[in-house]
Design a protein. Sequence first.
Lengths: 385, 577
Amino acid sequence: MTDSHDSIEPADSHGHGELVPDEPIANPGLPAHEPRPTDVDPAKEKRAEIQVAVLFALSGICSVLFVVSYFTFDVGDNWHVVGGLGASTVALGSTLAGALLFVGVGITHWARKLMGDHEIVEMRHPAYSEESDRQRALEDIKVGFEETGIARRPLIVFSGVGALGLLGLPAVVYLRDLGTLPGDKLEHTIWGQGGRKITIVEDGEEKEITVPKMRISRDAIGTPILASDLEIGDLVNAQPEVLFNPTRYYMEHADVEGAELQTHKSKASLILLRMEPGDIKPGKGREDWDVNGIVAYSKICTHVGCPISLNERTTHHLLCPCHQSTFDMADSGRVIFGPAGRPLPQLPIEVDEQGYLVAQSDFTEPVGPSYWERDYERDRFAEGD
Amino acid sequence: MMKSADVASTNGTEPATPKKGAKTAGVVATWADDRLGLAKATKGMSLRKVFPDHWSFMLGEIALWSFVVLLLTGVFLTLFFDPSMAEVQYNGSYDPLRGVHMSRAMASTLEISFDVRGGLLMRQMHHWAAMIFIAAMMIHLLRVYLTGAFRKPREINWIIGCTLLLLGTIEGFTGYSLPDDLLSGTGVRAADGFMKASPVIGTYMSFFLFGGEFPGDQIIPRFYAIHILLIPGILLALITFHLILVVYHKHTQWPGPGKTEENVVGPPLMPIYMAKAGGFFFIVFGMTALLGGLFTLNPVWKFGPYDPSKVTAGSQPDWYMGWPDGLLRIIPPWETHIWGVTFSWNIILPILVMPPLMLTVLIVLPFIESWITGDKREHHLLQRPRNAPTRTAVMAALITFYGLSWAAGGNDIIAIKMHLSINQITYFLRGAVIIGPILAFIITRRWCISLQRHDEGKLLHGYETGVIVRSPDGGYAEKHLPISEAAAYTLTARDREEVYSSNGAADEAGVAAPGGKKAEIANKVRGKLSELMYADNVQKPTAEELHDAQHHADHELHELENQIASGPNQHGPTSDH
């Protein structure tokens, strides 16, 4: 193949270098090729050749070392640590890197020192097609369209477009079973399962009973919390007791396991904080929501739903570690800093007859991030003052 | 046919001495061509196709090769990873988590990390390659933009490139969510919040994506399908098309002696470019292996399995998601409740508006520029950033916005490390993301114009030699010497710009376009923008100006030399030292 564009003559480009009026300097054309040391000195050429071969050999050695490391260094529970990483990882990574890098550097060295380094000139062609080709294509399109008779048959066009448009319906409807509908799921949490009335069958008799009010349990170990357990300044991460002891609340174990458990936690997680009772500025209608200075708030940030965890003890401020929304626990969970648009929902609490902290009811508003259908009018208690 | 094989097996500089290798290659090529007719294909794309050489042309290559590394390491990971959210008790080798309940996804990630030899290396290489992939795409985008390589005929490739960046980001997000660890789960939780904030369909989007209420047991398998099939497929197709267009358009080149808009100068594809690009693949692959072997990334075993009630302090997404996360941190707490629905501006603006807007801005930049300039010609010679001051300044503003938003994404880290108040950092950044880009625009534009003046000075008065000469009457002057012809040509190898005058064109357009009023306004806007873009730029001198200046400089130089020869300081500063 002899490509007429393959020219190494700098003179070839002189054609474009004429002095155009207004152009201060003419294009001087490609500079002459300057030979590299390896082009003119056989000793240097030989040396470069050996360098490339050595690089390739080093790569080979690294590959062998990789295999050796693979079988030498343990993983599993017997791994040795090098700089915080397993010896196996470090050894495999370094040898693999060596095997690859030496090949890469070798090839590059070969290309730079030994392969021909003449620059060649190729002519460009405009991106568009030859005028004749363009005309032919346009003509083809025109003829093709005419043969469909599309312009004369609006009925076919409209019905066809309509049919194709309606095909979108199956495409969208087909996705329906991807998930359940939201319904009112976002408005309720499992806290509401305490204190509900249910009908049970006992000794062949139907009777209506009231489920015990939901106790507040410690997050990790699941033990219920006595009001007297908390000192002023204590902050406890809590969960509803039903997650640890479902039968007490007439629920199945399956209801609080696996994905169900995760979903419940994503809404029901709670923060308990005990402060001086005098520090609390109760919101309107929230006067009896605390127990001796113990207040309970949703742990789920009202911004995008991160669990809030950083407590500033002296100020009763809670900080979300994700986007730094800060809420005032002494003032109905009011947002005092950051991007969250709503106060943290407060859980009304009291103590049961044994002195354990329980929820009076479910949260009175949806917890977690805002969503489109969220209706403020329906919040039983709007923002604190 | 044989001829083609001959060319294919030589390096083109010396006549092919038919050695053994070349002969074998010829035989193989002939065998293949007898069956496939491949030589015909090389008429369209010669094996000796020219690729111009410049370090900045390598950036896209980094992205390409890291994508290949991602495919290779990713396939290995799929052999061991189990994308299931079924709950299991971990009983593997990592002691601190033994007995902990977690999803199979998390457990198999731990298995890859601790019980599969080289598994942790593969995981880390995959993650490192993803970081490099996205970083390389971004820097490649900057190179293409700042050198004007997006201009006609390459606008479509620019759009493909922007799309690749978007897809790469989504691919990265779905990827790092797969282990179902605490950190990535927090990210998914935030993504759930973003979806729920979407007007009208948000809650439904969330319920359909998660297969019910967050977090459910569907999200990991669904992300898996998206991550290993859907997006990689699209990426592969788009990258292929991106490269085909690079070949078809032929690569851009820097102006210089012998280079024109009509030619392309550089080493041939075979063998030089094949060797360099092929070798570079191994280098990128090797660097990834080195990073994966020596630098821990995403140690999911330290975070533990996802639990919606837990979070780690300093939770941050991968770096490329940092800038929307930063905006999410500094947005004021705006929410509107009206007609029984909620507009969460504190999410809609930073997440649902800003990133798509940024992408749209990027995509339309070439079209806005060509509208203002009215330039419909093809461009294959690159421009130095300084020679397009306004364009460069626009990107500087965008980068500044990006950088400040990104810094906001680490406002907690900054506060802790630098002992600052997080509130003050946040207030500062709220202002800075708006004022910063404006300042960056103004400074960059003036800076570019200054650099243009400097170039003009070199062209007209020569370069500064650093030799100071004292004249007999006590004056000091620095000796300037003319720059080489090649350097001078390179400086002048750019277009003269003309400010678009709206007056003349308004008539023209008024006749052509019926909606005269609209066209008139559009023309006025175009004229103003054109003025902003070009009016302050330094244009290259005309032949006459250059001639005069050179004459003048020659004269001055001559005078200086006379002074040196006749003056008292004959052994002047140069010979003394």
